[in-house]
Design a protein around this ligand. Structure first.
Ligand code: AMP
Ligand code: ZN
Length: 476
């Protein structure tokens, strides 16, 4: 039985979906005003792992991931995230483009990055700018019910009207009074009220007609609008990074629950931050790496995937190149193992021993059931590789076992989500020997060709002549 740590209850809880066999899931998506960094990737990888494992255990998942292309203001570290300039507008000024051009460009980059990480695309990526009418409808409803008020063309949510305010983050109004920073707004009744609609200055680049003013929505309302639009009033799982908890998702709860009168989310699942030198990696601090930075250093998206799965999603992780190097070695090890097993599966070897893969599956599932313990799940598989390698060394894995190992790998990799290179990592000096052997063969110098093959084997590599040319793999 899967249990997940629920930020709302602050405990691990057995997961049950609202509708049998089906899960509605929402992930706070990117603000598309600059390149995604690898901290963001960690948050989307958590969402992917939740989804993959739910599908593994048989649920049909519907995942919605929004694209924030309006309303996320620059001062979101301060109070309610409704002060400062719109991040999209600011980026447009910086890059001398329209906000729409900015949004489409970085949305495309985000999708491409997710693809390289083998993150399964959400079923839908709704854009905030395409849902302004839905947001206006909710705001109207909130005003009607007395939870929101308008002043000078701005609309605010009155936090004192929602008793449960603070239930996700612990930032109840009582706690908030103690020394927190807050940007006072002259139109607010209470300091902690947050903006639902903001009147736009004349020259503002992104604005819409509304009953209150020509303006634009606050950041938080978009997720309430898109979540209810595509998943209904109550959803099973909502994910995000830990910085999303407050003010953003606390506000999502307040707006949605006051509007619908129903519980908004059953399970809140958050990843802790990826740090760099002990500090949160963030776009605004600029202390970040992108996937391109990773690739420039010779690493792959899969190295990064493995690095992130190697630490539990609820532990803060400091990024280091050494850890990435280790992740690279580990993925290569998995790759080489699968290559060896594939080679045996394609032959007709018989051995007195057969491998029991059932126990591995059971341990894997127990690890994942325990709040998605991917580091443990990986180490179980590494242990299995070590055991198998010992048997491979004495030719005790036959083709039948090799097939069941490959079935096991396919099954658990539907959760790990690795795309293996399918190539052994060959040192430069071996590549040179392979090239020399090819030349010897082409020149019909078979003695030299055989000697070179023997030398290559001595280095622990096996060379196979196939119809597509020479293929090299690690000897098991
Ligand atoms: P943003 O585009 O800034 O709205 O962030 C997109 C997602 O990345 C959100 O879910 C954030 O919580 C998450 N996020 C941002 N920085 C980090 C980080 N350093 N580590 C993990 N997740 C992060
Ligand atoms: Zn959100």
């Amino acid at each position: 039985m899967l249990s997940l740590y629920n930020t709302l209850s602050k405990t691990k809880q057995e997961f049950k979906s609202l509708n049998p066999g089906k899960v509605g899931m929402y992930t706070c998506g990117p603000t598309v005003y600059s390149y995604l960094h690898i901290g963001n990737i960690r948050a989307y990888l958590l969402s992917d792992t939740v989804r993959r494992y739910l599908e593994y255990i048989g649920y049909e998942v519907r995942l919605i991931k929004n694209i924030t292309d309006v309303g996320h203001l620059t001062d979101d570290d301060v109070a309610q995230g409704d002060s400062g300039e719109d991040k999209m507008v600011k980026a447009a000024e910086r890059e001398k483009k329209t906000p729409e051009e900015i949004a489409r460009f970085y949305e495309e980059y985000f999708k491409q990055t997710e693809k390289e990480l083998n993150i399964i695309p959400a079923h839908f990526f709704p854009r905030a700018t395409a849902h302004v009418p839905q947001m206006i409808k909710i705001i109207e409803g909130l005003i009607e019910k007395g939870y929101a008020y308008e002043k000078n063309g701005n609309v605010f949510f009155d936090v004192t009207k929602f008793e449960d305010y603070g239930k996700l983050s612990g930032n109840t109004l009582e706690n908030l009074k103690i020394g927190a920073r807050i940007e006072e707004h002259p139109d607010k009744k209470n300091a902690w009220d947050f903006a639902l609609w903001i009147k736009a200055p004349k020259e503002h680049a992104m604005k819409w007609e509304s009953p209150w003013s020509v303006g634009y929505p606050g950041w938080h309302i978009e997720c309430s609008a898109m979540s209810t639009e595509y998943l209904g009033n109550t959803i099973d799982i909502h994910t995000g990074g830990e910085d999303n908890i407050f003010p953003h998702q606390e506000a999502e709860i307040a707006q949605t629950e006051c509007y619908t009168g129903q519980k908004f989310v059953n399970f809140w699942v958050h990843t802790r931050h990826l740090l760099i030198d002990g500090k949160k990696m963030s776009k605004s601090k600029g202390n970040l790496f992108t996937l391109e930075d990773i690739k420039e250093k010779g690493f792959s998206a899969m190295d990064l995937r493995l690095l992130f799965l190697s630490s539990h999603y609820r532990s803060q992780t400091n990024f280091s190149w050494e850890a990435l190097e280790q992740a690279h070695k580990n993925i290569q090890r998995i790759n080489d193992f699968v290559l060896n097993i594939e080679a045996i599966a394609s032959r007709d070897l018989v051995s007195p021993k057969t491998i029991d893969t059932k126990a591995v599956v059971e341990k894997f599932e127990a690890a994942m059931d325990d709040d998605l313990n991917t580091p443990l799940a990986l180490s179980i598989f590494y242990g299995f590789i070590s055991d198998c390698n010992k048997l491979l060394a004495i030719n005790h894995i036959d083709s039948k076992s090799a097939h069941s190992i490959l079935t096991l790998w396919k099954k658990i990799n539907s959760v790990f989500g690795f795309i293996l290179s399918g190539q052994a990592e060959i040192p430069e000096e071996i590549k040179l020997l392979v090239k020399q052997r090819e030349e010897a063969r082409n020149g019909k110098d078979f003695k030299k060709s055989d000697d070179l093959r023997a030398l290559i084997e001595k280095h622990g590599f096996i060379l196979e002549d196939t119809k597509d040319g020479q293929k090299i793999r690690l000897a098991s």
